[in-house]
Design a protein around this ligand. Sequence first.
Ligand code: FAD
Ligand code: THG
Length: 814
Amino acid sequence: MPRTSVVIIGAGIVGCSLAAELTARGWSDVTVLEQGESPMPGGSTSHAPGLVFRTNPSRTMSRLAIRTVETLTALGAFDAVGGLEVATTPERLADLRRKAGLAASWGIRAEVVGPGRCAELWPPLDRDRVLGGLHTPDDGIAHAVEAARRQRERALARGARFLDRHTVTGVERASSPGGAGPPHHGTRDRVTAVVTDRGVFPAERVVSAAGFWGPVIGAMAGVTVPLLPLAHQYATTTPLPRPPRPGLPVLRHQDRDLYARQHGDRIGIGSYAHRVLPVDPRSLPSYDDAPVMPSSLAFTAEDYAASWDDAVRLLPALAEVEIADGFNGVFSFTPDGFPLLGEAPELDGFWLAEALWVTHAAGAARAVAQWMTDGRADLDLHECDIARFEEAQRSPGYIAERGARAFTEVYDVIHPLQPPGRPRPLRVSPFHVRQCELGAHFLEGGAWERPQWYEANAGLLAGGPVTGGGAERRDAWAARHWSPIVGAEARATRERVALYDMTPLRRVAVSGPGSLAFLQGVTSNQLAKPVGSVTYALLLDHGGGIRSDVTVTRLGEERFQLGVNAPSDVHWLLGRAPGTVRVVDITSGTCGIGVWGPLARDLVQPLTQDDFSHHSFRYFTARRAHIGAVPVTALRLSYVGELGWELYTTADLGLRLWDTLWAAGRPLGLIAAGRGAFASLRLEKGYRAWGQDMTTEDSPYEAGLGFAVRLGKGEFTGRDALDPGSVSRSLTCLTLDDPSAVVLGKEPVYVGGTVAGHVTSAAYGYTIGRCVVYAWLPPLAPGTPVQVEWFGEKVAATVAVEPLVDPAMDRIRR
Ligand code: FAD
Ligand code: THG
């Protein structure tokens, strides 16, 4: 494999780091093509002020940053001056407390400090303006150009070739070996060469590391690169008459969208407060024609004026100086703020390593090199995977609107449930009109509108107080995107019956000769079972990590329906299916309803001539049936842990299905229930959510999913790497001791006073009357007391025996 030829496009910090990492793994034919001239080829790296703050709500992003700092420190291109984020509003101060918790979860030193300490750490600061700050002593300044230069030297020493002044003008492709793929896959082309103004470079793999030029290169390859290039202002002052001591931490004043660092006796200040300044990279001057650099545009002083005033207010010493140099530098934002890594779904062999800050560049380059070499990285990269986008999230309008939004919101306090403002609504299920009528409070996921609860259920609250819920004591943060109605919906599901919209659950049809053998080879569980069986199974990667969990329904000898998680699951399956097997994502053309609760059979049976009795229609089986006039595929299973079925049909019949169930169910007390109740019920039942509770970094045995692995069934991806005996940590169920306490996820967990792990999922359990928490922890006996940190407070919790509800499966199997 390492003999494979690779061409990297772009010699910024990403391209240089990637060349270093690939050659370190034995890749011997690595060429880096760069339109400009090293070591300052003119991209974003050439002028990055290099502030590095590692703490991020995403564990993966934090770890990419931690690794970048490690690498840059070893290269002598990092100054660990520390970081200081100041708060000038109570809301920000609270958020910094929450952020200190995130830092603790991800192993980053951080401390919330008072105004006095802030002024000590940053003497030019007006201490009367700040309420406090978050000090992270190991953050600091990356010397991006120097880092790129050293990475380039390492790569050169190991045989890589760097060709400056080679402008890429095209990407060549051919049908995959063996001719065009099966017609239903579309033609799966492979990349073959990169064309430049100075000749053609054949390549088996191409990595676009072109930064904000990514969409231009992508267009040459027929690949959508969902990032928005835009300009961002940075200015440096004249020397301060009384220069501060050297080594000031990097500073953030997020309430005014500002950051600052010291340049000797000057201060550099960047602003995100200005209007959105999108840039068309095709319109930029060439390396030779650019006044400074292609990515450095003329400073627009009028856009900076308000930020300068804000900076002077925070740092009064600035009143004595003025702006010496300013520029509008070009970089990029993606719709969700995460980078674009991995192989493009549209073109085999064409990889991306783009939309990376300097902060994450070296760590991400290492992860991509691992991925290219071994087929997997040692970090969970699903949030960064280029294959994560839904088709509806790949339009130019969506990319522009969400990219601009990501820019303006970059320093905002964002609640984990907060849906994006626009463009909405985008994807709606056929039940949307009814959901609106019922007063749905919509959140968003995968571009789908998803009811969190329904105001129409407010009347249920009159039927008696919902157990706990923390309603009495929920603070404003925990109460956001929450209502006591969530608890009422959970209770109605446990006591009667509820409809859940399952349309957004991704469905894949797999059919054709060889389908069973193919699925056996990519899943962990035994699928060679009679037609009509449903199986819960894992998709493992080669290292035995969990890359998804799925349900596999055998509809015919060689015909299956899979319930999967991410769009990248479809990409993974397509990439492995033999030519005879058809893999089709049917999500958009179909819809589904979960009908769950003790009265589910009383509701459904009268609507059908098919036998839905317990003995005829067994748990974890499926059949085709009719509900009234609507043909459905009915699956007897339940992620909320109650009796019932998932009913799937085509989108055109969805509304009829909903209305049929609704009319028949009202006398039984049927309600529509939202995602809030869904999340609560699944945690009480102990069902894991992929991407949140477990990822490729976790083994099935650690995640408590060993039951879904049949080592004896024959060869399957990941099997050889599995070791049931090796469990050094486990996904552990906790409950909070105080019945009204609530946490939301990602908080650090303390055992005996030190951080021992972090929360993956948490939700109030309305049946048990306590908050249910899952966390990665060293193996602990049930009953062990632990603590979960919430905005700086330690909340008492106890290791529980799972599942908390219905361990004997009496509710679901009857
Ligand atoms: P680039 O450095 O842009 O490299 C891409 C390369 O591809 C370029 O050299 C370009 O010439 C080359 N290329 C493009 N098209 C072609 C082609 N057709 N043929 C050949 N070569 C091509 N990040 C931080 O972490 N902290 C900060 O404080 C920070 N501050 C910033 C402040 C400003 C004002 C700006 C603009 C950015 C800042 N960033 C910061 C972001 C950071 O600079 C970039 O995200 C990072 O440098 C991107 O690195 P890269 O290697 O992906 O892209
Ligand atoms: N429904 C369908 N497909 C899905 C999901 C779903 N695919 C993705 C995701 N959700 C998969 N997650 C689960 C998790 C648990 C169960 C089903 C899907 C489940 N587990 C039972 C248990 O653990 O007791 C049964 C396991 C078994 O018998 O093997 O029901 O929601 N269609």
